[in-house]
Design a protein. Structure first.
Length: 158
């Protein structure tokens, strides 16, 4: 058994040399190696977790951007087809195909309902007119001279 001189970390203040056996050195090295390996693995795990978190945030931003773009596209389509903007809540904005299908279905349903409403309005009877109030006062009796004066005045004014 061979002894190796080594200054112990515990004895940093003393000038004494401590001698270790080869097995003690191997044990100290394997402990240090295990500590460093654990620290390295923890750093790798932290880095992987940070990368996953950044990827998730990026994916979330991309999906929000896609949803915003699909919403704008749907609004433009509704406007170009002269449909009310309130129909956007009925549309499937997950893909271009789904948008086209639901837009076509919503448009046909809206147009059918509009046509039915117009037909019902046209087929119903027109509202009755409200009778105007009748004049209750009698015309004033005019004398012959007053009537003649009014007649002459009216004729000169026209």
């Amino acid at each position: 058994m061979q002894l190796y001189p080594f200054l112990s970390p515990d004895d940093a203040g003393s000038d004494e040399e401590k001698r270790f056996t080869e097995s003690e050195i191997q044990q100290l090295l394997s402990e240090k190696l295990a500590e460093e390996k654990q620290r390295y693995e923890t750093a790798l795990q932290n880095e992987a977790a940070a990368r996953l978190q950044a990827e998730a945030a990026l994916h979330e931003r991309e999906s929000e951007l896609r949803a915003h773009q699909m919403r704008q596209k749907a609004q433009e389509e509704l406007k170009s087809r002269q449909l009310p903007a309130a129909l956007i809540s009925m549309l499937n904005l997950s893909s271009d195909e789904a948008l086209a299908q639901t837009l076509t279905a919503a448009e046909s349903a809206f147009r059918a309902a509009l046509e039915e409403g117009v037909r019902q309005r046209l087929s119903s009877q027109a509202p009755s007119l409200i009778p105007l109030p009748q004049k209750t006062h009698k015309p004033k009796s005019l004398s012959y001279q007053e009537a003649a004066a009014n007649y002459i005045r009216d004729r000169h004014n026209t």
